[in-house]
Design a protein around this ligand. Structure first.
Ligand SMILES: [Zn+2]
Length: 287
């Protein structure tokens, strides 16, 4: 995917990596696939902890756009630490540019999420961040948290590589931000409290909607899509389906335990967004 270079004044980035000298971490080699699968599942559960879904929307959390990132480094420095950071900032920038007008048109207040880079361990408004948890969105501070080493693990352990697959990860987390801004997260949270036996099912719907929103973003940037991108995204969506993750972990897929949807469902959700380009195509998951 050919994305424009990020505009440091149009994105909100926090860097918890400190010092700018990143330690090379060979975790990809040490982490067995099963381990990653378990931590991915843990991550996804963490990412949507219903107790953390309060607050963000009411405060509207205005974003300080030009403030230097925490730890003293500026947005430009944080985003150019390495090619994967740059790519992540470019994706964030494109996501903001794509969604802001959609919100404006719908008359819903838009606030940028912040992108938080951390290495191995960090702090989020939802508690400690561990790279083993994978990327996640924290509703209470409206932050997308990522240790870019995850991309390498995604490629080596899940076979999901490529720039579009990586952008899809950020676009999916951005989808959760959209759900926070629109109030869907809150609605799901109350529904889950009222019907605990349907909590997982509701969770799956929310995740699929985030996949669908990722597709809408890509569809709106169709002219930037390169040959192979769609396949890459769909492959990534497949590789992180609950049934595939469970099978990879040596477990029999049990639908009742799904939190993100099956590989088929996730691919379908992304495809729906890709084909639709209007965000209303993703409403289906909340009906
Ligand atoms: Zn998610």
């Amino acid at each position: 995917m050919r994305l424009d270079d990020f505009d440091p004044n149009a994105i909100n980035v926090e860097d918890q990596r400190g010092g700018g000298s990143r330690m090379p971490v060979g975790r990809g080699g040490q982490l067995g696939c099963g381990t990653l699968v378990i931590v991915l599942i843990a991550a996804t559960v963490f990412g949507v902890d219903p107790t953390q879904m309060l607050g963000g929307l009411q405060q509207g959390a205005p974003v300080e756009q030009s403030a230097p990132a925490a730890g003293g480094s500026t947005t430009s420095e944080s985003c150019t630490t390495d090619p994967l950071s740059r790519e992540t900032c470019n994706a964030l920038s494109s996501l903001n540019k794509t969604w802001e007008p959609i919100f404006r048109q719908a008359g819903v207040k838009f606030a940028q999420p912040k992108l938080v880079f951390y290495s191995q361990a960090g702090q989020s408004g939802c508690g400690a961040a561990q790279s083993a948890m994978g990327p996640f969105y924290c509703p209470s501070d409206q932050g997308i948290y990522i240790d870019t080493d995850f991309y390498r693990e995604m490629e080596s352990n899940l076979g999901a590589g490529g720039d579009f697959a990586r952008a899809y990860v950020i676009a999916h987390e951005f989808g959760h931000h959209i759900q926070t801004l629109t109030g869907i997260s809150d609605q799901i949270r109350s529904a889950q409290q009222q019907r605990p036996n349907r909590a997982n099912q509701l969770q799956v719907r929310m995740e699929l909607q985030a996949d669908c929103y990722a597709g809408v973003w890509a569809a709106r940037n169709r002219d930037r899509i390169e040959p192979g991108d769609m396949e890459e995204g769909l492959k990534a969506a497949h590789s992180i389906g609950d049934d595939t993750l469970m099978r990879n972990a040596g477990r029999r897929p049990v639908e009742a335990a799904f939190t993100h949807g099956s590989s088929e469902q996730r691919m379908e959700a992304l495809r729906r967004g890709l084909q639709g380009s209007d965000d209303s195509v993703c409403d289906v998951y909340m009906q």
